[in-house]
Ligand binder design. Structure first.
Ligand code: SF4
Length: 221
């Protein structure tokens, strides 16, 4: 099986995922910052709180005290740290790009990635989600789900760091922004539903090809 066959199987299962959820660029960026280590339902609650309080823009986040933001994003856990990350991003956008996403995304992807990674609290997965989903930049997003799935399916046999895993994947698939968006979305969806920490291998579409297959007898025995 190739990586494109893996993607096609997931797409046949779930259809085009249409990621990332969010009506505005700011909402996509806020979601990318808040989603670390928490499920999406909790992120939605926090985003709704911000929306109800007119805080779903970086102009408002930049103006607001960090304590007020933290109170509204409590459902996302680590809310004090995440409120600080939102403030740090708002300061960056204000200081470097006059709070304009158009100006920010006019930068080439590689330069912008370096800048985003200098913001305190913004890691590679978050930076790459912002670049790909908010900025339509050709930057693949990886995560722990991706490493686990590709390991179980036998694509990778040794531990790769984040950038090595991104390079491993992008060398084998067409360079296409929509493909990058949907492939990450499919992997996350499948990993959350089926190939979980305790995988549901019985009936999995990859069962016959998967070196990580665990039968329910093995799981209980
Ligand atoms: S067979 Fe099991 S381990 Fe392999 S991809 Fe499917 S759910 Fe994951």
């Amino acid at each position: 099986m190739t990586l494109m066959q893996l993607y096609q199987s997931l797409r046949d299962l779930y259809g085009y995922r249409g990621w990332w959820p969010g009506e505005t660029t700011a909402e996509i960026v806020i979601g990318a910052i808040l989603t670390q280590n928490v499920n999406w339902k909790n992120v939605e609650k926090a985003i709704n709180n911000l929306k109800k309080n007119d805080l779903l823009t970086f102009e408002e986040i930049h103006r607001s005290p960090v304590e007020r933001i933290a109170q509204l994003i409590i459902p996302t856990r680590y809310y004090n740290q995440k409120a600080m990350k939102l403030k740090n991003f708002a300061d960056f956008l204000h200081d470097k790009y006059d709070l304009s996403f158009d100006q920010m995304f006019a930068r080439d992807g590689a330069t912008l990635r370096k800048q985003l990674l200098q913001i305190k609290g913004i890691g590679r997965e978050t930076a790459d989600s912002i670049l790909l989903y908010a900025g339509d930049k050709l930057q693949f997003v990886s995560d722990a789900y991706t490493a686990r799935l590709l390991g179980r399916l036998g694509f990778i046999t040794e531990k790769l760091d984040y950038d090595e895993l991104v390079a491993f994947i992008t060398q084998q698939i067409p360079q296409d922004v929509d493909l990058y968006k949907d492939m990450h979305a499919q992997i996350v969806h499948f990993s959350a539903l089926v190939c979980k920490a305790k995988p549901l291998c019985e009936g999995c579409v990859f069962g016959a090809n998967c070196v990580g297959f665990i039968s329910s007898t093995d799981a209980h025995g």
